[in-house]
Design a protein around this ligand. Structure first.
Ligand SMILES: Nc1ncnc2c1ncn2[C@@H]1O[C@H](COP(=O)(O)OP(=O)(O)OP(=O)(O)O)[C@@H](O)[C@H]1O
Length: 237
């Protein structure tokens, strides 16, 4: 479902003409199978977010190949990446990333608007998902009027709106209390089991890592155990 082959990434920092190259990821080989939940762990600065940004197309690898949903995305243009992302990837963020001036309904509706879906169909789909996430009664509320857990649920409703086969999450429980964290992890397992959604989660949290079928570790930009324990986990490729 997601495949990185010998991916290297380096950032150029400093003033133009005086740039310094900072290598961040080295020879990354990672294969995430359809229906897997994979947790990426590692110390601060080990390259976890950079890896997720490469899989999401927000940055391009310096070298190597990246395949997502059976497609070679390494050379996609910005515009093609935007369409590809909309069709294939959902995101769960630590900070929820809701637009404060829009209601829960309007936030959740955004992917359908971008897709040009008609209003009547949008209303049906948005309410269906807000219902499923247990926040339908807050459809008319602004993010500032919702608790962290409720904002996360609206944000997840938005990310599932176009039925993405893959969901990427950067510290998904980072802003949640224990009860909401437990509920979110149960939801991730349920979405994985019932809809077959593939998850890649970045986390510092043992509970989140324990939810995954497999954990891989980044250390100083090198991926350890990418094909280690649990890699034999049997799923359709
Ligand atoms: N845009 C950038 N330009 C230059 N260096 C960057 C950039 N983004 C990240 N880095 C560097 O790359 C390294 C890895 O950063 P990254 O954010 O991927 O780590 P991380 O494992 O996600 O850390 P954390 O757990 O603290 O979020 C760090 O040394 C960071 O300073």
């Amino acid at each position: 479902m997601i495949e990185l082959i010998q991916v290297n990434h380096q950032f150029a920092i400093g003033k133009k003409g005086k740039e310094r190259v900072v290598p961040v990821l080295h020879h990354i080989d990672l294969h995430v199978k359809k229906g897997e939940i994979v947790a990426i762990v590692g110390r601060s600065g080990s390259g976890k977010s950079t890896l997720l940004n490469l899989i999401s197309g927000y940055i391009r690898p310096t070298s190597g190949t990246i395949r997502v949903a059976e497609q070679d995305v390494t050379g996609l243009s910005e515009g093609d990446w935007a369409n590809f992302r909309l069709a294939h990837l959902g995101f769960i963020f630590q900070s929820f990333q809701l637009i404060p001036s829009m209601t829960a309904f309007e936030n959740a509706e955004l992917p359908l608007v971008l897709k040009g879906i008609a209003l009547s169909e949008r209303k049906k789909r948005v309410m269906e998902l807000l219902e499923q996430m247990g926040v339908a009664e807050y459809a008319g509320h602004y993010p500032g009027e919702l608790s962290g857990g409720q904002q996360q649920r609206v944000s997840i409703a938005r990310s599932l709106m176009l039925n993405p086969p893959i969901v990427l999450a950067d510290e998904p429980t980072g802003s949640l209390d224990t009860d909401n964290e437990r509920q979110l992890l149960a939801l991730i397992r349920e979405l994985n089991r019932d809809l077959g959604i593939t998850f890649v989660l970045i986390t510092h949290d043992d509970q989140v890592a324990a939810t995954a079928h497999r954990t891989v570790t980044l250390k100083d930009g090198y991926l350890l155990n990418a094909y280690g324990k649990g890699a034999e986990y049997s799923y359709e490729a």
